[in-house]
Ligand binder design. Structure first.
Ligand SMILES: [Zn+2]
Length: 159
């Protein structure tokens, strides 16, 4: 179940995704929220420099491993504009983070990119549950997914 608090965090993720696009990166944004509801870290995609591992969920996993105890990580929630890719799902699992809430799914992204004529991704888009089964996952959220789709349309239609 996605509640109003979740929606507020997801809206921030979509803002970060828009900021990424404005910076020449891919439109993905994510935040890390501890058990008491504090947003302790946020980031957006940074692949424009050529390093295609610079995903926000991966940055969150590394930050969490450095700054939070295992108990704090397990009780934390990662919110993200787009469902984790397999690399980020694995990183999330390896550092023992908790719940994931996403605005749009990997399946939606694949469909959108195909419709937009984007080249196929090098890495398969597997659902989070295929990589880290047992993780509490919620999404997509239709209203916000539509906003994320609009960002991908902007990215692929702007030369
Ligand atoms: Zn990723």
């Amino acid at each position: 179940m996605v509640d109003d608090t979740d929606l507020e965090q997801l809206r921030r993720c979509v803002e970060l995704a828009a900021a990424a696009l404005d910076a020449g990166d891919e439109p993905f944004g994510s935040v890390l929220v501890t058990a008491d509801g504090t947003r302790v870290f946020e980031d957006h995609n940074h692949v424009s420099g050529g390093d295609h591992t610079q995903h926000p969920e991966f940055a969150i996993a590394r930050w969490a491993a450095e700054h939070l105890t295992p108990e704090q990580r397990a009780a934390a929630t990662v919110y993200t504009s787009g469902e984790h890719c397999p690399m980020c799902s694995a990183a999330h699992g390896w550092v023992g983070l908790g719940r994931i809430v996403y605005a749009s799914s990997s399946r939606q992204l694949s469909t959108w990119l195909t419709e937009l004529g984007a080249p196929p991704a090098r890495v398969r888009a597997l659902p989070i549950g295929e990589i880290i089964p047992g993780t509490d996952v919620d999404g997509p959220v239709p209203e916000l997914a539509e906003q994320v789709r609009a960002l991908h349309v902007r990215r692929h239609r702007t030369p």
